[in-house]
Write a protein that binds this ligand. Structure first.
Ligand SMILES: [Zn+2]
Length: 537
């Protein structure tokens, strides 16, 4: 009798007999993220959500069930990129990509090939150059692009998005001349006579980029769609889109209505302009495919272009303390508006001065511990004494592991041996009780979360005391990223009732030898119970 009861109990624990799975994953090594049952073998999905996770869910198979035999492969919660730019990713896939170009001349040669197929006057746009990877590491100049494309304006964004390399045609299309002052928060590289030499930093970029014909609604949809498809190919099931405008929100809505948005989007409103004002009136909006409840502000520039705001001058550029892009008072005002209306504030801060300013501005609005989940995006170089302030005000550090592996060649030259202690300092943040939401800042870095996971645990061998454990790294790309969007009840773990967002991997990133991690491939990506990507066998 008791044996029958036990059998009965076991049966009901796996679900009622009337239920059948729409999708059944069998024979997998499922990393659930559930501390009570971290590894499981089978998972049953009904509709958009997980119905059961267990050791043997054969009883869930019915005539309408699609069963995937994982053959012992690994299943992880769908990766969440806490800081990416979906449109930028789509644009970069559709435009000239200078990542990996070996010199300014090699980049210019690519531009020349592009110009050969273009009409005179057409803008040639690209991104991804990085002078620190070129001989001499000097910033490039306009004349190489003048020779490559004498009849086309050229605008090439640096890998970090914080500087542009332009040619004379592009400068002529703007109002820049020798008498033009540097705009607040920006810098025009100049020669001895004051003329622009072809590099524009941070807020100076707009002087030229504003002249590039804007993409229309269809083109924006095409960029978002292409970026989103790339995300699911890489096992991402949600992306926090770090700075969108009304045009992107409208395009997302169209794609979602058409059933053509494979990833879920947590959108940050880009800046405190008109879109922010209108959302302050209407309040946050949440949805299963698109949520808008946060604003993205920019406190400073980036470290590579020496635009990051530092308390003391750059170690390799005495006299330069970087750029303040948004005044502390503005951040404080927006933070208070956000608290009043239930929004989250996510502010880009890379230098130690910017980080401290943002923390002070947040503190004025938050007062102490809270559940507002305000974030600092990047938190890249932080004074050791300021790291505990993140915990004191419950601020999330939204960091990007691959920034460390990309910057490690020159980061210490920028900030010197003392400040480097608080740079990309994941271990110090975790030990201080700070939650880290991980991401890539794609297309600045590759969108591949497995590359990010590997950087988080291996750091390219650099300053290993600050690495994460594999469990921490996975959590930062899943459950803690979900938490950073107020979504931890539905995303980031594989448990009954949660959304069926997951990826099947070719290897177990929690147990294989570390050097093998980068070779792990995503075989299948499932979003809301729907297979959105399957690798060709
Ligand atoms: Zn970004």
């Amino acid at each position: 009798m008791s044996a029958i009861l036990a059998l009965f109990a076991a049966y009901f624990a796996q679900g009622s007999p009337a239920e059948r799975a729409d999708l059944l994953i069998r024979n997998a090594r499922i990393h659930t993220g559930d501390p009570a049952a971290p590894v499981a073998r089978d998972m049953a999905i009904r509709g958009e959500t997980i119905a059961a996770v267990g050791q043997d869910l054969a009883a869930w198979a019915g005539p309408g069930t699609r069963t995937i035999d994982a053959g012992g492969r690994t299943v992880v919660p769908g990766f969440i990129d806490s800081h990416g730019h979906v449109r930028g990713l789509g644009e970069s896939l559709a435009s000239l990509d200078f990542k990996g170009s070996a010199s300014a001349e090699a980049a210019a040669a690519m531009v020349a090939r592009e110009a050969a197929g273009r009409k005179p006057g057409d803008w040639i746009v690209g991104r991804g150059w990085d002078q620190t990877r070129w001989p001499g590491s000097a910033f490039p100049a306009a004349d190489a692009l003048d020779r490559a494309a004498p009849r086309n304006p050229v605008y090439l964004t640096r890998v970090d998005g914080h500087a542009a390399w332009v040619n004379r045609r592009a400068v002529e299309a703007s109002d820049i001349n020798a008498a033009t002052p540097d705009p607040a928060g920006g810098r025009i590289h100049r020669d001895g006579k004051g003329s622009a030499t072809g590099v524009l930093v941070d807020r100076a970029m707009r002087l030229v980029s504003a002249r590039i014909p804007a993409a229309g609604p269809e083109q924006i949809q095409a960029f978002l769609s292409r970026g989103a498809r790339e995300c699911v190919r890489l096992g991402l099931t949600s992306v926090h889109d770090a700075g969108v405008g009304a045009a992107e929100i409208a395009a997302y809505e169209k794609l979602i209505a058409a059933g053509a948005m494979p990833v879920r989007i947590y959108a940050m409103i880009g800046g405190d302009g008109e879109l922010w004002r209108s959302h302050l009136k209407s309040g946050p909006r949440t949805g299963s495919r698109l949520t808008v409840r946060s604003i993205k502000l920019m406190a400073d520039g980036a470290l590579g272009s020496r635009g990051a705001a530092m308390k003391e001058p750059y170690s390799d550029d005495p006299g330069n303390r970087g750029l303040t892009v948004t005044a502390k008072q503005t951040i404080e005002r927006v933070a208070k508006e956000a608290v009043d209306r239930g929004f989250q504030v996510n502010t880009h801060a890379i230098g130690d001065r910017a980080n401290r300013d943002v923390l002070d501005a947040y503190a004025a609005a938050l007062g102490g511990r809270n559940d507002r989940r305000f974030r600092v995006e990047h938190a890249q170089v932080v004074s050791l004494a300021d790291i505990p302030l993140f915990a004191r005000y419950s601020v999330i550090a939204s960091m990007q592991a691959t920034h460390a592996t990309s910057d490690m060649r020159w980061a210490e030259a920028r900030v010197g041996p003392d400040r480097i202690e608080g740079a990309y300092a994941w271990r110090r943040f975790l030990d201080a009780g700070v939650r880290i939401a991980n991401g890539s800042d794609f297309p600045v870095e590759n969108a591949n979360p497995i590359e990010g996971f590997h950087a988080a645990v291996a750091r390219g061998g650099w300053r290993l005391s600050q690495r994460m454990t594999r469990e921490e790294a996975l959590r930062s790309f899943t459950a803690d990223a979900a938490y950073a969007a107020f979504e931890e009840r539905v995303k980031g773990r594989l448990m009954p009732g949660m959304l069926a967002d997951f990826a099947i991997l070719s290897g177990d990133i929690l147990s294989i030898p570390e050097p093998e991690i980068p070779r792990v491939k995503v075989l299948t990506t499932v979003v809301g119970g729907r297979v959105e990507y399957e690798a060709r066998p």
